[in-house]
Design a protein around this ligand. Structure first.
Ligand code: ADP
Length: 190
């Protein structure tokens, strides 16, 4: 039996979104991507979108209170009860603490945190390639470098948090989408 309450951790460009989509198809769980939800909010011109837009364009984090609100609302929806994969949340210690508290209130546990490791040169290459295809406004070199630094300083330390909770699987994120997918499947089954 595979774990069904999952978190994907990794730097920008590590392949979290791609692998999350595969897991949605394989396991029938929902993907919760704060990046996708925030981009939708910016596009829709909502209050959250207005608060997030400038931060996102610079490659800075959106304030914890905003993101925590978005993630909590999504996790409380009934379809998340059958399983979820968090992609891009939490990204700070405060967000991780809020997630722990929310899951405790919902009476569920995170079963696995998969941390994808890819070296920085490869990440920048992937993101610049994605910039050509998707034209995301934060996939320019300045914002990319800032997102990498923010990841190292604020998000990478969370790996220790999930190691202490006993749910961490550290995997190499290089190779084809299928190869990485197979590694993840292995980590969820064990
Ligand atoms: P990537 O992983 O490629 O950086 P995402 O789509 O996950 O892309 O996130 C894009 C941007 O959205 C981030 O740079 C940040 O501004 C904002 N964002 C997404 N998730 C969070 C979060 N959990 N906390 C703060 N900001 C976030």
């Amino acid at each position: 039996m595979s774990a069904r309450r999952l978190l994907l951790l990794g730097p920008p460009g590590a392949g979290k979104g791609t692998q999350a989509e595969r897991l949605v198809a394989q396991l029938g769980i929902v993907q919760i991507s704060t990046g996708d939800m925030l981009r939708a909010a910016v596009k829709g011109g909502t209050q959250v979108g207005l608060e997030a837009k400038a931060c996102m364009e610079r490659g800075d984090l959106v304030p914890d209170a905003v993101v925590i609100g978005v993630a909590e609302e999504r996790l409380r929806q009934p379809d998340a009860a059958k399983g979820f994969i968090l992609d891009g949340f939490p990204r700070t210690a405060a967000q991780a603490a809020a997630l722990d508290a929310l899951l405790a209130r919902l009476g569920v546990r995170l079963e696995r945190c998969v941390a994808l490791q890819v070296d920085e040169d490869e990440l920048v290459k992937r993101l610049l390639r994605r910039a050509e295809i998707e034209g995301r406004s934060d996939d320019n070199e300045t914002a990319i470098r800032n997102r990498m630094r923010v990841y190292r300083e604020q998000t990478q330390p969370l790996i220790d948090h999930y190691r202490k909770l006993g749910v961490l699987a550290e995997l190499k994120g290089d190779g084809s989408v299928e190869e990485v997918g197979a590694r993840i499947q292995g980590a969820l089954a064990s």
